[in-house]
Ligand binder design. Sequence first.
Ligand code: ADE
Ligand code: ZN
Length: 372
Amino acid sequence: MTFGRRAFLANTTLFAGTFALGARAAGVPSSGTDDLTAFIYAMPKAEMHVHLEGTLEPEMKFRFARRNGVTLPYKTVEEMRDSYNFHDLQSFLKIFYEGKSVLLKEQDFYELTYAYLTKAASQNVLYTEMFFDPQMHTDRGISFSTVMAGLTRAQTDARKNLKIDSQLVLCFERELSAESAMKTLESALPYRQHIVGIGLDSDEKNNPPDKFREVFARARKEGFHLTMHCDLNQLDTHEHIRQVLEDIQADRIDHGGNILERPDLVAIAKRRGTAFTVCPVACGWLRENGENINIIRGMLDRGLKVTVASDDPAYMKGNYVAESLVVAQGDANLSKQDLLTLARNSFEASWISSAQRKTYLAKLEVFQRQWA
Ligand code: ADE
Ligand code: ZN
């Protein structure tokens, strides 16, 4: 299967419709007029692919800039939002990295995290594993302990006030060196009780998983779970997916949609029980090319353990996990049973104790009895 022009043409109306749907779904519907949308918001779920730095909403960016004395290259929130035009991973990352300049103090990291957890809790996310990229901050002279203090204080407060549980996944920036990743891993070791897993994100071009083979082997030895991004349609994507499955033997792949073109890799992922965190809104360029449309359906049909997540919601027109599920439902014509499978997968692929998993799955069963 290739993701060609046909898919693009088929998806152009869906593309326009999606953002209309996204806007309509911006708040929890007050009545049951749209049964499936209400179902999606109310369904208990976990989210495992959200970059905390990608939840920095423009309004928050301006607020932090003002109080930290940072000058932004935009005059208004609207101007900033209008600049969020990406055509590929690299053009997205350029804008994404620009945002970090306003994150300076422990309180900034606290408010960023607490705001995301508030939003997630409002969409019946019971549990989330949040990515953060310490190198984005330590490279600017911000200490690892400042970042960790803000993040973990927000997690504690959210657990108490909002009844949402969370853990952290530390991601390395893959365009940086393996030595830098190893140093980052070592500085994370004193915080290991707060960090459940290690991931890999950022610019995939010429930065294959195997570049980090040694550091991921060490992370595994230290007791961390492992995940890695294989963004859609990247150079050497099939070889990258193979490396994640066979060389690194990660527990999950973030995105990874091109696996559908390779039955041999699908078979390995199924045998290994690898989970996939797919982001149907993802960055605009992915939808524009029509690539996302059948990935969730394709993974469900092949029996892969697929979950749905939001990725960088502040850069994707405010589509958090519930809106992402609404988009996925529309794109792939998902039934209630499909949606329940996605939610069940999200708890099964979470890095939690079996007791915690049992509690969440029991809540999902109660929901199913009431709603399905
Ligand atoms: N960093 C933040 N979002 C990302 C994405 N979708 N792919 C790679 N790196 C990222
Ligand atoms: Zn991502």
